[in-house]
Write a protein that binds this ligand. Structure first.
Ligand SMILES: NC(=O)c1ccc[n+]([C@@H]2O[C@H](COP(=O)([O-])OP(=O)(O)OC[C@H]3O[C@@H](n4cnc5c(N)ncnc54)[C@H](O)[C@@H]3O)[C@@H](O)[C@H]2O)c1
Length: 350
């Protein structure tokens, strides 16, 4: 029987390549469209993609001719290629992330492609700071990002109008999105256009809002790759492990294997059509505790140093995952596995 063909854009990257491997094991044939974006890549296809029978197309999701090369015979699309950073080249986020997603639907219609489903990567960043509650008057509010002045005075918590620390609520799929940077805004726009075009033209579509994903193949050259890369490389180099703010900010880091199982679940499960799901680790970790775990697991003598800040960081980023759990998915792997696997991979490859 002919294998069904799946196109993964950004498939040379971290999440895409693991997804490709898992789909291959399930009997699918894989096409990867990726422009090998520096600095994530250094101009070559990464070794982990070679000799696996994947069709590798070096091309740009902003270009229709590159999509058309990749689309031949494809039944399903994972659109994971993205520009991820905090830099002020605002338009690049929309060209790479949002316009490419519109182009994907445009070409499916224009060329009458028989694509059975599209799964797109969104992000927890789409929530921005999310919803808080004043502990005094119990009113809910969407905070503005913290100011430079607030950071400098080391008042890191989100404050209510009475100037007191407010209560954070884990993100829920149906709450209002308040993204605070170009990346989050570009992903919010993807969600809206993909659901709209998907519904209007009958193209089953699912959006996955990943939390911070961790595991091997996360390029150390990807400056957007976060605490795991930073802490592990610092720990292995026996340099101080640097934690921002006071370390009490929280994150629900999610292991790559749990993200891959969410990606696979959505492929054929009709209950995921035209839906958005959070894909998180299911547990809030203080960043200071994560740093301690990295130090312990790597056996590093590095001191942990707390201080400094990044203006664009959110205080807490934790997603509720009950919606996806109702479909039988659950996060199975904790931060220990992510740190162990990443450190082993890093030592072997760098
Ligand atoms: N890793 C995370 O923590 C995380 C969290 C939330 C959402 N996401 C989303 O998941 C998706 C995959 O992320 P990742 O962590 O695997 O990132 P990654 O950087 O490892 O992979 C992204 C891939 O996209 C490719 N790419 C970039 N611009 C391109 C373009 N114009 N044309 C073709 N290919 C292009 C890159 O070369 C890279 O191989 C992205 O959409 C990202 O926004 C990731």
């Amino acid at each position: 029987m002919k294998k069904e063909k799946i196109l993964i854009t950004g498939g040379a990257g971290f999440i895409g390549s693991h997804t490709a491997d898992a789909l291959t094991k399930r009997g699918y044939s894989i096409v990867i469209l990726d422009n090998l974006q520096p600095p994530v890549h250094n101009g070559r296809w990464p070794n982990y993609l070679l000799n696996k029978g994947y069709k590798l197309i070096r091309g740009d999701v902003r270009k229709r001719e590159d999509w058309l090369k990749a689309f031949k015979g494809v039944s399903y699309v994972y659109h994971l290629a993205a520009y991820q950073d905090q830099r002020p080249d605002f338009s690049k986020f929309f060209h790479t992330n949002t316009v490419s997603s519109a182009l994907l639907y445009e070409l499916i219609l224009e060329k009458k492609l028989e694509v059975k489903k599209v799964i797109l990567a969104s992000t927890q960043f789409a929530y921005g700071d999310g919803i808080y509650q004043c502990k005094h008057d119990k009113k809910l509010f969407f905070p503005e990002p913290r100011t430079e002045k607030q950071f400098k005075s080391k008042k890191f918590d989100i404050l209510c109008k009475h100037g007191k620390p407010a209560k954070f609520f884990p993100f829920k799929e149906d709450q209002q999105l308040t993204p605070t940077n170009s990346y989050g805004l570009s992903k919010e726009a993807i969600e809206r256009l993909a659901l709209r075009f998907g519904k209007t033209y009958g193209i089953p579509t699912t959006l996955l809002r990943y939390s911070i994903v961790q595991g091997p193949r996360q390029s150390p050259r990807n400056l957007y790759s976060g605490a795991l890369r930073i802490f592990v490389t610092q720990a292995l180099a026996k340099k101080p492990i640097t934690v921002y703010e006071d370390g009490n900010e929280t994150r629900d880091f999610v292991n790559i294997e749990d993200v891959v199982s969410a990606n696979i679940l959505c492929l054929k499960n009709k209950k995921t059509d035209f839906e958005i799901f959070n894909v998180g680790g299911g547990k809030a970790h203080k960043v200071i505790d994560f740093a301690k775990a990295v130090k312990k697991i790597t056996g590093s003598p590095s001191p942990i140093v707390v201080g400094g800040f990044r203006r664009t960081d959110t205080r807490h980023a934790v997603s509720g995952v009950s919606k996806l759990k109702k479909l039988g998915w659950r996060p199975k792997f904790g931060i220990e596995k992510s740190v162990r696997d990443y450190a082993a991979w890093y030592k072997e490859n760098f």
